[in-house]
Design a protein around this ligand. Structure first.
Ligand code: DC
Length: 210
């Protein structure tokens, strides 16, 4: 039996960095499920296909190769926007959830991060974390990240974007973003990545104890 760690939370809460760190520490496989939605959206954009045709989007979702997900190519803003549009489609979600569930079974353990891992993709995961931070703090972190990479950024625009993304992720009918009933809440507003990692580690170690 494999060991699954499910990590959910809103955009820019730090769950990606935290998930990679946990996977590295425990020697587990990691999947950023947001990239599967992004890859589906990018395939449509690249082929000049519409973003509102569910059957077409499902077809693209079924062709996504988990091994070929490239974060640097998929992280651009326009792809994220397109991803949040196709992520409301039940057929797209069904196709991607199947692939994510197959991934979650890899030995010796897996870390999946996204919006619906603890609630829908892996409801039986022995460890569920819900990583969050105030919209303000998330916008500030994203702003600092962009500016550090040498690109000018507008803080208020980023904040408005994060609030809009939250509304879309939490307000959709199929698999809205919410903490699973048995998730541990990790508010990183006042926490460094290292402190968040140590908090997560003590939860995971307790669950791993025989
Ligand atoms: O985490 P991200 O920004 O890479 O996610 C891109 C979009 O995909 C985002 O709008 C939410 C959606 N998503 C989802 O609906 N379910 C997941 N498990 C992961 C991401």
């Amino acid at each position: 039996m494999t060991f699954i760690i499910a990590i959910d939370g809103p955009a820019a809460a730090g769950k990606g960095t935290l998930s990679r760190r946990i996977a590295e520490d425990y020697g587990f496989h990691h999947l950023d499920t947001g990239l599967t939605y992004r890859a589906t959206a990018k395939a449509l954009l690249d082929a000049d296909l519409p973003l509102d045709d569910e059957l077409l989007a499902e077809e693209m979702a079924r062709e996504v190769e988990l091994a070929g997900l490239d974060r640097s190519v998929l992280s651009v803003h326009s792809v994220g926007e397109a991803a949040s549009k196709i992520a409301v489609m039940p057929l797209v979600r069904q196709a991607l959830v199947e692939a994510q569930r197959a991934f979650s079974k890899r030995e010796p353990g897996t870390v999946l991060d996204g919006r619906d891992i603890g609630t829908v993709v892996c409801p039986d995961a022995p460890v569920k974390l819900y990583v969050t931070a105030s919209p303000d703090v998330r916008a500030r972190r994203r702003f600092d990240e962009i500016v550090a990479s040498g690109i000018p950024a507008d803080y208020l625009e980023i904040l408005a974007d994060i609030i809009k993304r939250d509304e879309r992720d939490m307000g959709r009918a199929d698999s809205p973003l919410r903490p699973a009933d048995d998730a541990h809440l990790l508010d990183t507003s006042e926490m460094s990545i290292e402190a968040a990692f140590l908090a997560a580690k003590s939860i995971i170690d307790a669950a791993l104890k025989p």
